[in-house]
Design a protein around this ligand. Structure first.
Ligand code: HEM
Length: 542
């Protein structure tokens, strides 16, 4: 039937209707239209649209509570479109839908990359694997996987990790106990993570975590670069590029910090090269593994970028690993102790498990030293659970290579930026159930077998998903377990009550004002318990 015939039929039908029937029909049409509108709105929740600036004011107003805001806006709809000011080309798809994540990161991996925009924002990482795409990324990934799997490198890392814990962390905590002073756990773990990653990558423990809390130029510079990279995400790229050109504001600091890192790394690489040419024995750190084995070159724009000995490649690689490693597990540790402070029963269970695993070792002297970390299932569950609610990397970036449709029907054009919020994903009822906001390590334990439950990475993307999954997962988990075991076995950490704990907008999940805590020796706690018990039963001090 043609369109004119359809119209004539409708006209005849309407003419033959009574007023009441016609009103009912109108009402029905209205209901259908409103329902369709709400359906679309539920799927593409729209932010307030301002003239010229469009959705930017909403972002600016919520920048200090970015993660909570993503939870709020993604709660009802799972995917939203964000439009920056007119003529800036700033258009972003924001999602927390695991199906979209699976599609972009795994099943259609080749159709989505990080894109040139990401590499521009993180230009201090050069062509390192974190920002690379395509063949360059794939070659670098292969090289890195082999090195991370090397037993020599793994045992070097755990040696350095133990060194930082015994020579850095323990003295700092003991000093705080002696002085009865409050410490900032975030600062402590930030320093610890820097020492561990710097030592694993470059071979030398910089001793940033020490009783005197010394300054470190390298750390400060990297911190500035990371901070600026976050700010670059939040404004149209044209704006920060103009700032960079004119050397204004944070872009001036960025340039200076980059020079500092470049100088340090170039010196370090030259010293190692000299040792190698003189036939001296060098340590089994990551950089050394790259320098002492021959690698092949990668074609493309940066010809011979990866060739053995290429200084830019070595510098970018070293910096990429330090950048990828340090902030992530320091964030994981800080939020873990915060979650623990609110759950004494979880702490008691972790302690019980630690003692059980230690007791299973017959060698009295080595009980603590040779703790079998693989047996600490409950501790691992607690770490995973803490990172579900507080993922060290709260937001991940992707870009579509060509026009595509995500599983939820969202159309993405070529070059369109797609961000998925891991922070929001961990807090969605429809993903984790009604108790999604509760800290429950038990959700990770299989009741029947007592083993850890596996969750698909697209539901729990804390270590990323698919071929680009985090290379340092094992290292990160090992360091976190070692540090937590060392702290919980010998100290009792009491987080200062009443402090405001809120994230600061940044690339990794950091606390705005740190995490203030008091520490006591575990033995002292026992004595104190006896004293309290004596006081409560006799009403007199001991
Ligand atoms: C709790 C600890 C850690 C967490 C939660 C974590 C999380 C992540 C996430 C989410 C990504 C994807 C980021 C992106 O593509 O934008 C990533 C990538 C990466 N991570 Fe980790 N990470 C941790 C520790 C480490 C450590 C200790 C290292 C090594 C020193 C490391 C090395 C890397 C590398 C090289 C990549 C890039 C992989 C690629 O693009 O192929 N990570 N990590």
């Amino acid at each position: 039937m043609g369109l004119p015939a359809l119209f004539s039929l409708c006209f005849i039908l309407i003419r033959s209707m009574s007023i009441l029937e016609f009103s009912m029909l109108l009402l029905l049409c209205l209901v259908i239209v409103v329902n369709q509108y709400l359906k679309i709105r539920r799927q593409y929740y729209s932010l307030p649209n301002w003239p010229v600036l469009r959705n930017l004011p909403s972002l600016i107003c919520n920048i200090n509570r970015l993660n909570d805001w993503t939870v709020e806006i993604l709660n009802g709809c799972a995917t939203i479109l964000f439009n920056g000011p007119v003529f800036t080309g700033m258009e972003i798809v924001f999602t927390c839908n695991p199906q979209n994540v699976e599609y972009m990161m795994k099943t259609n991996f080749d159709e989505f990359n990080k894109g040139p925009h990401f590499a521009e924002i993180f230009d201090f990482l050069g062509n390192g694997m974190f920002v690379a795409d395509g063949e360059s990324w794939s070659e670098q990934r292969k090289m890195a996987v082999t090195r991370f799997a090397s037993k020599k490198f793994q045992s070097f890392c755990s040696e350095k990790n133990d060194e930082v814990v015994t020579e850095g962390l323990v003295p700092v905590l003991e000093d705080a106990v002696k002085r009865g002073s409050t410490i900032d756990l975030q600062e402590v773990f930030k320093r610890l993570a820097f020492d561990v990653t710097f030592a694993s990558v470059l071979g030398r423990n910089p001793g940033f975590l020490s009783v005197n809390f010394v300054e470190n130029e390298f750390f400060e510079a990297l911190d500035t670069l990371t901070r600026v990279a976050f700010l670059r995400h939040c404004i149209p790229s044209l704006w920060w590029k103009v700032m960079r050109l004119l050397g204004l504001g944070w872009e001036r600091q960025y340039k200076h910090s980059w020079r500092v890192l470049d100088r340090h790394l170039t010196e370090c690489i030259s010293a190692k090269k000299q040792d190698l040419t003189q036939g001296k024995k060098i340590s089994d750190d990551l950089l050394a593994t790259y320098m002492s084995s021959s690698t092949t070159s990668i074609g493309g724009d940066e010809e011979n970028y990866c060739i053995d000995g290429n200084e830019n490649f070595l510098r970018d690689t070293a910096l990429t690993f330090i950048f990828a490693g340090q902030d992530t597990f320091s964030s994981g540790l800080t939020w873990f102790f915060y979650m623990l402070s609110k759950s004494p029963s979880v702490e008691a269970k972790i302690l019980e498990e630690l003692k059980l695993v230690m007791d299973s070792n017959n060698n009295e002297e080595k009980k603590k030293k040779e703790l079998d970390l693989r047996k600490l299932k409950y501790l691992e569950a607690a770490i995973l659970e803490s990172m579900r609610l507080n993922p060290p990397v709260p937001i991940e970036h992707k870009s579509a290579k060509k026009k595509d449709m995500l599983p939820d029907g969202t159309i993405v054009g070529p070059g369109k930026i797609i961000l998925f919020s891991m922070f929001a994903m961990g807090r969605m009822k429809w993903i984790w159930g009604d108790d999604c906001l509760d800290f429950k390590p038990e959700r990770w334990i299989d009741i029947k077998t007592g083993n850890l439950k596996h969750e698909p990475s697209s539901k729990y993307p804390v270590f990323n998903v698919g071929p680009r999954a985090c290379l340092g997962k094992r290292m990160g988990m090992t360091v976190m377990k070692t540090v937590i075991a060392a702290v919980i076995l010998d100290f009792h950490v009491e987080v200062v009550e009443g402090q405001s704990v809120r994230p600061v907008p940044s690339i990794t999940l950091k606390m705005k004002d740190g995490l203030k805590a008091k520490t006591k020796l575990s033995v002292q706690t026992l004595e104190e318990q006896v004293r309290c018990w004596y006081l409560s039963t006799t009403g007199m001090p001991e």
